[in-house]
Ligand binder design. Sequence first.
Ligand code: C2O
Ligand code: CU
Length: 482
Amino acid sequence: MKAIRTTVHTASFVTLTALLCLAGACDDPIDAPGPTEQPPGWQDEVALATVDDVNPAPDIIEFDLTASVENLELTPGTTTPAWTYNGTLPGPLIRGKVGDRLIVHFTNNLPEPTTVHWHGLRLPNAMDGVPHITQPPIEPGGSFTYDFILRDAGAYWYHPHVNSAAQVGYGLYGAVIVDDPNEPEFGDELILVLSDIGLTDSGALLPPDTGGEFGDLFGREGNVILVNGRVNPLITVQPGLRQRWRVLNMARSRYYTIGFDGQTFTRIGNDGGLADAPVEVEMPVLIPGERADLIITPTGRRGSVTQVQWIPTERGYGSLFNRVPEDLFRIEFADEAASINDELPTVERDIDPIDTTGATEVDVEFTIDDEGPDGLEMGINHVPYAEVVPFEARIGETQVWKLINDTDFAHPFHLHGYFFQVIDDNGVPVLPLAWRDTIDVPVGHTIRIAIDFDERPGTWMFHCHILDHAALGMMAVVNVTE
Ligand code: C2O
Ligand code: CU
């Protein structure tokens, strides 16, 4: 991978208030700067569990991670036998800095085999957690040690890669945040793991094949939306004080469009850290597997509560039919004077565009056929995963993949092990430049991406991250060889 250079300038600032004070006109309390911190306990309701690092070395994070079924109260007064990592849903937050080594002693106490896949991280192939390809499935009672270096700043996640639609749907996922110590302070940080789960009124898990072929086609969305494992939690904020939201979509099929009335977001990053320029967005969209790095300065009347909403997202045939906004989480504005922020640090990450001169062009078409042995069959280039013919790439080779979608449903494409850059969407260049591992391919679109297979040989997966589509065969592999 070409070097990623990050340059950030924190602008010095002089507020109007300070100038007024110097002029002796600051005794009006309305003009006085408000609190510079969020209210105490402001995000207690969405606190994430953390890991117990047993290694004293400052640059090694070593801990036990156990998958097991635990009874949790996800909706009030009910009990759900959720599938968890270390007993929590989502699993514990893993947080390190660029260059840290992660050693994860994983044990499977589930009733079926599993693996842990580290979504988005550039790790050695043997650590990628893909059953039968990079490791044998971990049987119930079995264990496996994942050991690799955190190379790139950004927000990532971990989840099973065995029976993924069911296992992720039941609650197995957690966040990995990799910090770059040279990054400036963008604001008070909120990590938001978005997911959903299919539950009966009494809290029982709905079967993973709920909805039959219909569910397969649309991808199953759980009927209960969770934010950090809670239903519509409350976050208390200081109006006017800038925040950085690290948002991760871990739902098995659901797309999230975030609606926060009257507020505007600045999206500063995607999957693989900061983009090369910030973009203003009203309603950020996150497809399954995707991450967004958002800056927001919420404003609101003191003491009022605003509902942040899930807004239905167009993702193909009938996907908006009968859909209405749903509750994500609530924001309460603290009863205090508004704060004054210093200027947002400018984000100037230089990302070199991947040089695609002479690059091999490869067609990757998402296909849905009805001539499968059991009816519906999904695949890549009409080949279901069960009959996969590996794609080929050489170390050092750059390829341009044309992601083609002529089906009636959108497909969130995900590539393991490598970041890519999006070149264009139906011929229209896509900016800003960013490192991604997940991209939406809407109905009728062809999206071209550039991939530099620069190192780390092995067999790497790519697939649709609507996990119900993946389960029906919309997955393939690329052999990267010396
Ligand atoms: Cu997030 Cu192959 O997966
Ligand atoms: Cu799909």
